[in-house]
Design a protein around this ligand. Structure first.
Ligand code: FE2
Ligand code: FE2
Length: 374
């Protein structure tokens, strides 16, 4: 077994009780410690033998941006208005027009639904923030553990990118929204697992392919929906970095997986599946309902009836599935991962654009600069 949690031992992958049993118990802790076991590698081979990574590194150097000066933080944000705009498309938000007789939502007025939307927004941006810190730590780890000099160079640029992402989400939450949430327990377990694994390529698979692939889709979704100009530009810029990050994962693992045997590939398939389940489980947003004074076990079965939910949730896998396919993980070993992704209802994305080269198209920072110079 590739990892130390037993999602695969869960009787039913949708077992709500088992999902909710995973909760964050140390919500007031300021520090969280993980024992990392990976070897730290020097390489004396300074030969630049991986041109695709070299190209990505050059791109990263010219597409840097400054969160303080490239975004207009003087823009005033009406968070209720932003929540209102997003609400129809946020899981749970589509329920507000339904008949809620006999449920804990029975007496809810428009204001309560709006407050739910505001909390969901605080929660979502908070999880983006924590995920970004996970990326910051993982890419610093990749600098240490990856054996290839081109990858160390590139990963170093990503460390700076991720610091900037932590910076912008923290500032947006602090100055434009109304409250932080602690990291969701499912997300934390996933990050712990990625960081603790002693195989350097698992950091890539967990972070660059799974967490970042989902982030790229989630940012894209929010970017499309929101008309709040500060958030919109912030997401455009973050996404143009993230597209490079996912490409870094695809390019590196494509090469490395060629050397692995079928048992080793199966371990990667299991790791990818478990990561997918963890990420899906966090979208129940159990902490939001608790903050609203509701019992998640009571209200989630109602929330899950929202028929917009599977569509939204599925979309979050629209980058992960094609990238797993490109890496050969979908169909290796009799299609083990293909079957699991079919069960999760996300296999339909397998032929969507993978992210090996998409970063060139998504370079919004360069586009803006060219426009300014013209
Ligand atoms: Fe990031
Ligand atoms: Fe990233």
């Amino acid at each position: 077994m590739a990892t130390n949690f037993d999602i695969l031992g869960r009787e039913n992958v949708d077992d709500l009780e088992a999902i909710l049993a995973v909760a964050n118990t140390d919500v007031d802790a300021v520090l969280h410690t993980i024992k990392a076991e990976a070897d730290v590698l020097f390489t004396w081979d300074y030969e630049r033998s991986r041109p695709a990574l070299g190209k990505l590194y050059e791109k990263a150097k010219t597409s840097q941006w400054n969160a303080e000066t490239d975004l207009d933080w003087s823009i005033e944000v009406d968070e209720a208005e932003v929540a209102r705009m997003n609400q129809v498309n946020i899981p749970g938000g589509g329920l507000s027009g339904k008949d809620m007789t006999g449920t804990p939502f029975e007496k809810w007025k428009e204001d309560d639904w709006l407050q739910l939307g505001i909390e969901m927004q605080n929660w979502t941006l908070s999880q983006f923030l924590h995920g970004e810190q996970g990326a910051l730590i993982c890419t610093a780890q990749i600098v240490e553990t990856v054996p290839w000099v081109d990858a160390k160079y590139y990963a170093a640029t990503q460390v700076v990118d991720e610091a900037r992402h932590v910076e912008v989400f923290a500032k947006y939450l602090n100055t434009k929204l109304s409250g932080h949430y602690q990291i969701n327990a499912h997300l934390r377990l996933l990050l712990d697992d990625i960081i603790a694994d002693n195989r350097w390529d698992m950091t890539y698979l967990g972070m660059q392919i799974m967490v970042e692939g989902l982030a790229l889709a989630a940012f894209g979704f929010m970017h499309q929906m929101t008309t709040e100009p500060l958030l919109k530009k912030l997401l455009r810029y973050v996404m143009s970095d993230e597209a490079r990050h996912v490409a870094f994962g695809v390019l590196s693992l494509q090469e490395f997986y060629k050397e692995l045997n079928s048992q080793e590939i199966r371990e990667r398939q299991e790791f990818a599946f478990e990561a997918a389940v963890r990420m899906r489980d966090r979208f129940l947003q159990q902490e939001v309902f608790e903050r609203m004074g509701l019992d998640p076990a009571e209200v989630l079965p109602i929330v899950l009836q929202d028929e917009t939910r599977p569509v939204f949730q599925g979309m979050l896998f629209s980058k992960i599935v094609p990238n797993c396919k490109k890496l050969g993980l979908l169909d290796a070993g009799d299609g083990w991962l293909r079957d699991r992704f079919t069960d999760l209802g996300v296999i339909q994305f397998e032929d969507w654009a993978d992210t090996g080269a998409e970063y060139e198209m998504l370079d919004e920072v360069s586009k803006d600069r060219e426009e300014q110079n013209a």
